[in-house]
Design a protein around this ligand. Structure first.
Ligand code: SF4
Ligand code: SF4
Length: 477
């Protein structure tokens, strides 16, 4: 693991963000209640992280309504407290009194099972919250806590405009800033300017959203990926870690695969080379040509929606759809009842979105696309599945949903996966899958098309494998 100095602390360059925790359902996304969190899996992830050198853990009192802090406190209990750094935060809160701040702070210590916080941050300074932060006296409150030894360093996380950032760094002597930085926002959301402002003030930077809520965990479809084993997420993480003022890159890891991939990236960390930068510039150009919704899937908006729209789940699916030409993600949204997008335009979600997304407007556009798709349902199936039989290669969430959707259309659909793939998704396998080894599946269904429902790297090796065993390329999609 690579470490960077912050005062007398040696922070691991890779930090563990406690927002997108593993869910018992196995689905991706931010938990909305404590009952959804897979605590056992999380413990394994935290143990592995610490064994492999990660020492920075970030949470907040509002992540999963406090359950993120509870989960972190439990997971760290068996480890040496003096060897890890905990960062947590407090939101602005309208007219919050000192007594109320004290109550929140004390509850945080209790949930985290600690008597001090290494990095205590103003949570989510943005144009709408800045005045409330100043009026609440949070700075004075935290300075007092620092004198008393309950807080070691004071910082802030930021989602506002560049002009506001200039004002914020002049107002208080912050010791750490958490910025949304990644190679796409560097161009799209003036992250380059924000980095420069903090660098000039000599405020060390912890990075949030290095993979942009998962959007940079896949290459755009029309790009030639590098011929190596490195994942798209590892490029995104290395890219921000290559910036000299960055002391820690937070990754919101939701499963062991994420942890292993990120740990590998940071154990063998090499800054992005000039050749790799040229490739990333190309990736950025492709992203700019796509009409993506800039949602990072943080889930802050979701609890405020009276229609219970799973905004943080449907926007990334919609973006997936834009990125690929296959319309499969949009099909998932339309075929799953739980993905209701029945927006009543009440705007209650809007003040909570750090990306300032016009949520009702985007949902309206999505509904228009769904209307088109639903009209063309049959066309979709006849065009893509000319043989009337489809076998799915994969054992993840998308494969499960596709299987269900295709069966509901009366298509003969089965799923197969290699053992390695299947073992990660046993819960889905038990309920949704007919698991067959690849060769057996192909021999049972010689005329079927194969739909590969795997992540990009695995997708490429699956295509290679099928072609090697002589499966016709025109029936792979
Ligand atoms: S505007 Fe739509 S998405 Fe936003 S809170 Fe209201 S119903 Fe939910
Ligand atoms: S719409 Fe905004 S608040 Fe909601 S999940 Fe996306 S980025 Fe977060």
């Amino acid at each position: 693991m690579v470490y960077r100095k912050h005062n007398n602390n040696n922070l691991s360059l890779l930090g563990f963000g406690f927002l997108r925790l593993p869910l018992l359902s196995g689905k991706p996304g931010v938990p909305v209640s404590g009952d959804e969190i897979d605590y056992e899996h999380l413990q394994t992830m935290v143990d592995y992280s610490i064994e492999n050198g990660i020492n920075f853990f970030d949470t907040s009192h509002v992540y999963t309504d406090g359950y993120s802090e509870i989960a972190l406190g439990q997971a760290l209990k068996k480890h040496d407290r003096s060897k890890v750094y905990i960062s947590t935060k407090m939101t602005a809160g309208r007219n919050r009194t000192v007594d109320e701040m004290s109550a929140i702070f004390d509850a945080q210590l209790e949930r985290l099972q600690t008597d001090y916080i290494d990095y205590y941050l103003f949570h989510n300074i943005r144009n709408q919250s800045w005045d409330s932060f100043k009026q609440s006296g949070l700075w004075d409150f935290l300075c007092k806590k620092k004198k008393e030894g309950q807080v070691r360093h004071i910082g802030f996380s930021f989602h506002g405009t560049t002009d506001l950032l200039r004002e914020v760094v002049e107002e208080y002597d912050f010791e750490l800033v958490m910025l949304q930085l990644n190679y796409l926002d560097w161009i799209m959301q003036s992250a380059d300017e924000q980095y420069k402002i903090c660098a000039e003030k000599n405020i060390p930077i912890a990075v949030m959203e290095p993979v942009r809520g998962g959007a940079l965990a896949k290459w755009p479809d029309d790009i030639n990926p590098p011929k190596n084993e490195m994942s798209p997420a590892s490029y995104a993480i290395r890219w921000v870690a290559s910036l000299p003022k960055v002391v820690c890159v937070l990754s919101g890891m939701s499963n062991m695969e994420h942890v292993r991939d990120n740990v590998k990236t940071m154990q063998e960390f090499k800054p992005i080379s000039d050749g790799e930068q040229e490739f990333i510039d190309d990736v950025v150009r492709k992203h700019l040509l796509m009409d993506n919704i800039p949602c990072t899937a943080c889930g802050y908006c979701v609890p405020h929606c009276p229609k219970k729209i799973e905004i943080s789940r449907v926007f990334p699916l919609y973006n997936d759809n834009i990125r690929s030409s296959r319309w499969t993600s949009l099909w998932l949204i339309s075929s799953e009842d739980r993905f209701n997008i029945d927006c009543i335009k009440c705007n209650q979600c809007l003040p909570h979105c750090p990306q300032n997304i016009s949520i009702p407007g985007e949902l309206e556009k999505m509904q228009a696309s769904l209307n088109i798709l639903q009209k063309e349902n049959r066309h979709y199936f006849t065009e893509y599945i000319p043989h009337g039989e489809v076998i799915l290669y994969g054992a993840g969430v998308n494969a499960a949903l596709m299987l269900k959707a295709w069966k509901s259309q009366g298509l003969h659909a089965v799923c197969f996966a290699d053992a390695d793939n299947a073992k990660h998704y046993t819960r889905f396998n038990e309920t949704c899958y007919e698991i067959l080894p690849p060769l057996e599946a192909i021999s049972h269904y010689p005329n079927a098309c194969i739909y590969i429902a795997l992540a990009q790297n695995n997708f490429r090796s699956a295509v290679k494998y099928l072609i090697e065993i002589g499966f016709p390329e025109e029936r792979i999609f």
